[in-house]
Design a protein around this ligand. Structure first.
Ligand code: NAP
Length: 298
């Protein structure tokens, strides 16, 4: 049976790789992004249905941000989660990630922003709260805000996004900065710079790297090299791109998928094992940069 076959999906039977957080908890290495959701009221019901389906399929990690749809993505996710939780899904099985914009990341700003996010998400806490990217607020102040949120029980873990090696070093030097639980960055077959230094450093600190845009926002899903590898496995190019990201220990991938077929295909990508020949072909077509490259951003 080919991987792309929809009926291969069974949330109970398809287990996937996990990543370990410094808190000691293991979470699935495949999650779901929500960028682009909550922007248009006429699509809202379909978006909630898609996220609800994702929960039925077995997705348990959800990535959102106050920025996406100006809170709209959090609201769509909140509606889907509320329905699943009402239906008996234990809250602790779900890992909800959201992000604060840099210009809201002052000590008071994170508290006001997190309160809005919790309301939109209809939750009493966020599992992992990230600084979306580095802005003008001193890191020490943002960390103090995150610590205050933890004391209130509004967030469990905090982390950052779009931080390169030097940013992480600066962060770990501020009081409390070593508690950073994750760094979310752009990582895909075409954006491999993080493999040189950032990923090994994060691994050494047991700080998961959350790979955003693992499909290059859809640009990778028709790539000829991926088609070639996919054909050997009766899979799709998107599944190959995801399997390649997921094979890196310490990496969590959060592709966004808005339709049922994509959600199912991506879920079954966890079962796809790339062989030596596949990896050699991908290495030739998507070589590791020879030297350090600036961190890519979308
Ligand atoms: P992505 O996940 O690389 O690509 C999403 C696109 O790929 C969508 O157009 C989706 O279409 C399509 N797609 C998904 N699965 C597919 C499949 N199996 N076959 C064909 N097409 C497929 O891009 P992304 O949304 O930029 O990144 C993922 C998530 O990372 C975001 O949603 C967001 O949560 C997070 N992110 C974070 C940052 C940051 O600064 N921290 C930046 C960018 C993204 P459909 O929707 O039609 O299924």
């Amino acid at each position: 049976m080919g991987l792309r076959t929809e009926c291969a999906v069974d949330a109970q039977s398809v287990g996937g790789p996990e990543v370990a957080f410094p808190s000691g908890e293991d979470r699935p290495a495949l999650g779901l992004g929500t960028f682009g959701l909550g922007e248009d009221d006429s699509r809202r019901a379909a978006e909630v249905r898609a996220l609800r389906l994702a929960l039925d399929i077995g997705y348990r990690v959800f990535d959102t941000a106050e920025m996406y749809g100006d809170g709209g993505a959090e609201a769509v996710l909140g509606a889907a989660l509320a329905d699943a939780l009402r239906g008996g899904l234990p809250r602790e099985q779900v890992f909800v990630v959201s992000k604060v914009l840099p210009h809201h990341a002052s000590e008071d700003g994170v508290i006001a922003t997190c309160e809005r996010s919790l309301r939109a998400l209809r939750l009493d806490h966020i599992d992992l709260y990230l600084l979306h990217w580095r802005g003008g607020v001193a890191l020490q102040e943002t960390v103090r805000g995150f610590e205050a949120l933890q004391r209130r029980g509004w967030i469990r873990l905090w982390g950052v996004s779009n931080f390169d090696v030097a940013d992480l070093a600066e962060l770990s030097a501020v009081p409390g900065g070593k508690a950073c639980a994750a760094n979310q960055v752009y990582f895909s077959l075409t954006q491999r710079g993080v493999e040189r230094e950032l990923l090994p450093r994060q691994r050494a600190q047991q700080m998961p790297l959350m790979a955003y845009s693992p499909l290059d926002q859809g640009e990778l899903v028709d790539h000829p090299a991926l088609r070639e590898v996919a054909a050997r496995h009766q899979a799709t190019p998107a599944q190959v791109a995801l399997a390649w990201v997921l094979r890196h220990p310490g990496v969590m991938a959060i592709p966004k998928a808005g339709n049922a077929v994509h959600l199912r295909h991506n879920w079954t990508a966890q079962q796809l094992v790339l062989g030596d020949e596949d990896l050699a072909l991908l290495e030739r077509r998507f070589p590791l940069p020879r030297g350090p490259v600036p961190l890519a951003m979308r």
